[in-house]
Design a protein around this ligand. Structure first.
Ligand code: APR
Length: 263
């Protein structure tokens, strides 16, 4: 059981008050919430990009130019892909994911936007969810936007074709240079424009459009709370910054909220 300083306990209490006072709380999560599940984050010490370098910013254009070749690289798991796939093997949601599912169940968290492709929020029980960078376990048609579980699409012929429209199938995860699918980005924007308090967990807030959502909330008079062991690009805008690991802090935050709700 993590020991929290008096100062951190006071900040957790202040965050609980803000979340309970808010009308429409939206969560935003990044790779940091899955670090305690063994999934690699991207930037900073121990980050995947820190070790392998960021992938080319025109990944999607390269896919469109040679979908067969790019599928070949995916299947061979070249470069950072090997490390990424390995960190997924056997990994499970952690108490941080379950805490956010509990906040949804309590009616405090109205919607959750994740940049993570690991499916852990869905597995932990969140239903009102948008995966803005896609889902690792799905594939998607670039013509009709239909999504399928990976195992339902044969990789014998590359690139695979969409069973519905014959279009080219790619992994559902959004590549650098690829526009966020319309259905996902419009849902995120709809929710962000309802939000008067955003709970940001485990994101460095470097990658747009997700990194812009907290700024939209702030510019419309909303409040921001972050959970991260280190300062982020959002810290200067936050009413409350909870410094520590989300797998330890979020369950404590939920307990504090439940005590105030008498639930
Ligand atoms: N609990 C909470 N936060 C943590 C933890 C933890 N246990 N461990 C690390 N963090 C924080 C780091 O301090 C950092 O601020 O999580 C953040 C992770 O930041 P990034 O690695 O940049 O990940 P993210 O913000 O999700 O990246 C956004 O960039 O490369 C793309 O598509 C990729 O979705 C990803 C996007």
């Amino acid at each position: 059981m993590a020991e929290f300083s008096q100062e951190l306990k006071r900040s957790i209490d202040a965050a609980a008050e803000l979340l309970l006072k808010a009308h429409y709380v939206v969560g935003l999560t990044g790779a940091g919430i899955s670090v305690e599940s063994g999934i690699r984050h991207f930037r900073g010490p121990g980050g995947l990009w820190t070790e392998y370098g960021e992938p080319p910013m025109d990944g999607y254009q390269r896919f469109l130019a040679d979908p067969k070749g790019e599928w070949g690289k995916l299947i061979k798991r070249e470069g950072y892909l090997k490390a990424a796939y390995e960190s997924f093997e056997g990994a499970k949601p952690n108490p941080g994911h379950y805490a956010l599912a509990k906040l949804e169940e309590l009616g405090v968290l109205k919607f959750l936007i994740t940049q993570n492709v690991d499916n852990f929020h869905r597995a932990a029980g969140n239903k009102n969810l948008a995966e803005i960078h896609g889902n690792f376990f799905l594939v998607r048609c670039i013509k009709c936007n239909s999504r399928y579980p990976q195992e339902e699409i044969s990789l014998e012929k590359l690139p695979p074709s969409c069973p519905k429209c014959g279009g080219i199938i790619k992994i559902d995860t959004v590549m650098f240079g690829e526009p966020i699918p319309h259905d996902v980005i419009s849902k995120c924007q709809e929710e962000v424009y309802k939000c008067d308090c955003m709970l940001s967990v485990g994101t460095s807030a470097f990658v747009y459009p997700a990194a812009g959502f907290p700024q939209i909330v702030k510019s419309r008079g909303g409040t921001l709370i972050e959970v991260d062991p280190y300062e982020t690009a959002l810290t200067y805008m936050c009413e409350v910054s909870l410094r520590g690991k989300s797998g330890e802090i979020l369950p404590e935050l939920v307990d504090c909220i439940r005590a105030k709700m008498g639930r």
